[in-house]
Design a protein around this ligand. Structure first.
Ligand SMILES: Cc1cc2nc3c(=O)[nH]c(=O)nc-3n(C[C@H](O)[C@H](O)[C@H](O)COP(=O)(O)OP(=O)(O)OC[C@H]3O[C@@H](n4cnc5c(N)ncnc54)[C@H](O)[C@@H]3O)c2cc1C
Length: 400
């Protein structure tokens, strides 16, 4: 792949993601980009306007082999390693963020099963997810406990008829296409205390129901909504990982660097390209406004901010591929940096492009709404900044 053809602000990130994939992986990625551009990007406006699950886009992803791109060949994958997953999500996000959100959560389920799944889950569920016969979704949020995972009301409990799952999870993305949901629920530990744990549920199990798909401001085709569990037969054998392993497994999604920061990067990149084409008059939507000093300086500032977010992400990808201990925090930092950049960039771009960008149907109007979702998607910015501050202060106390 000819990396020198990429804009400087993105090149280091792509380089970091492709560093370990070899020539075959690089060729696969080039082919993947072509399909995303030709078949997924043209659907983005329709997916947004209709708020419908991106079935056609998901079919393209399935055919491309991206669901297994990061996995070893022995597990049915293409063998390109975890960083290809980060690059694929960012690439799809630049084309259609709703489709990318479905992809990202599906990949999280796959990577969680690879690392923590039971032999039965790895034999029966994983291959179907890798082939895309089944799609996966992750559900940790609840109506009254979003960022705080210590007050879960959805629970696996033992009643007179045996083990049952009851409760409701909110803001679960990819619901309409999902056959498998990993839900974070309270499970009694050896002492009977409820502890957050992941359980795997198939959506055709009696008692499982999609209660609502939300009309959202952005990511409107992400099929995000509420899933309810009423007296669902489930047992501790359906847990993913150990009782109480929920937090560890959520952290793992960040350690492998597959998080909403990648959605933010793709949205920011698409917005910047649109901005540049607009203010230079290249796309014919407005006259060249680069004669204004304010336009030139804002353009430069936004490009540098974009470059910083991509540089952060490149570092996170490199850390994720290493065994250093602070990689989780580095991936979280990158998520915040990317989502704050996407929010600022889409707002700044709208200002420079003017009222035309405020109109429904204009790409920047869609990017503006989509970007806003990325800082709300977990882990939210404030929670990450608390963790970063704790790390800074702890290092300061140790004199590091
Ligand atoms: C488009 C979209 C898709 C999503 N997809 C999924 C999904 O697939 N699965 C899923 O489980 N969830 C999903 N979510 C939900 C997301 O993970 C939650 O929004 C997130 O975990 C935060 O929870 P909350 O919004 O309920 O915020 P709350 O916990 O109610 O917090 C509200 C606000 O309070 C502040 N706050 C909270 N805690 C702290 C703290 N410790 N320190 C400082 N400030 C704090 C923050 O400003 C925060 O935004 C999605 C959200 C969106 C917008």
């Amino acid at each position: 792949m000819n990396l020198s053809a990429l804009p400087g602000w993105r090149r280091g990130f792509v380089e970091a993601c492709l560093a370990l994939v070899g020539a075959e992986g690089s060729d696969w990625y080039q082919g993947f980009c072509k399909r995303v551009t030709a078949e997924i990007a043209p659907q983005a406006a329709h997916v947004d306007a209709s708020g419908s699950y991106p079935r056609d886009g998901v079919a393209v992803l399935r055919e491309s082999g991206v669901f297994g791109a990061a996995l070893p060949v022995a597990q049915g994958g293409l063998g390109f390693g975890p960083s290809i997953a980060s690059l694929a999500v960012e690439t799809v996000a630049a084309a259609c963020p709703s489709t990318a959100a479905v992809l990202m959560f599906h990949l999280q389920v796959i990577l969680r099963l690879v690392r923590f799944g039971s032999p039965r889950q790895q034999e029966e569920t994983l291959p179907r997810l890798v082939r895309g016969e089944w799609m996966g979704a992750s559900a940790w949020t609840e109506a009254s406990s979003g960022a705080d995972k210590s007050r879960l009301t959805t629970r696996l409990h033992q009643g007179p008829q045996g083990w049952r799952l009851d409760g409701a999870k909110t803001y679960c993305t990819g619901l309409e296409g999902a056959q498998v949901v990993h839900a974070l629920v309270a499970v009694p530990d050896a002492a009977g205390a409820p502890v957050p744990s992941f359980i795997q549920v198939t959506t055709d199990t009696p008692g499982v129901a999609i209660e609502e798909i939300y009309p959202l401001l952005g990511m409107r085709g992400s099929s995000t909504g509420t899933i309810r569990f009423d007296d669902v037969v489930a047992t501790p054998a359906d847990l993913v990982g150990e009782v109480g392993g929920g937090r560890r497994m959520m952290a793992n999604s960040h350690e492998v660097c597959v998080n909403p920061g990648l959605l933010a990067l793709g949205i920011a990149a698409a917005s910047y390209s649109e901005l540049l084409a607009s203010v230079t008059g290249a796309n014919g939507s407005m006259v060249d406004s680069t004669g204004f000093q304010h336009t030139r300086l804002t353009l430069a500032g936004l490009e540098m901010q974009l470059g910083s977010a991509y540089a952060y992400a490149a570092q996170a990808v490199r850390y994720a591929a290493s065994d250093i201990t602070q990689k989780n925090l580095e991936c979280l930092r990158s998520k915040v940096q990317a989502s704050e950049t996407a929010t600022a960039l889409t707002s700044g771009a709208m200002q420079l492009v003017g009222s035309r960008a405020f109109r429904s149907g204009h790409p920047l109007e869609r990017h503006f709404r989509d970007a806003r979702a990325t800082s709300l998607m977990g882990p939210c910015t404030e929670v990450v900044k608390e963790q970063v501050a704790a790390s800074i202060l702890e290092q300061a106390r140790r004199g590091v």
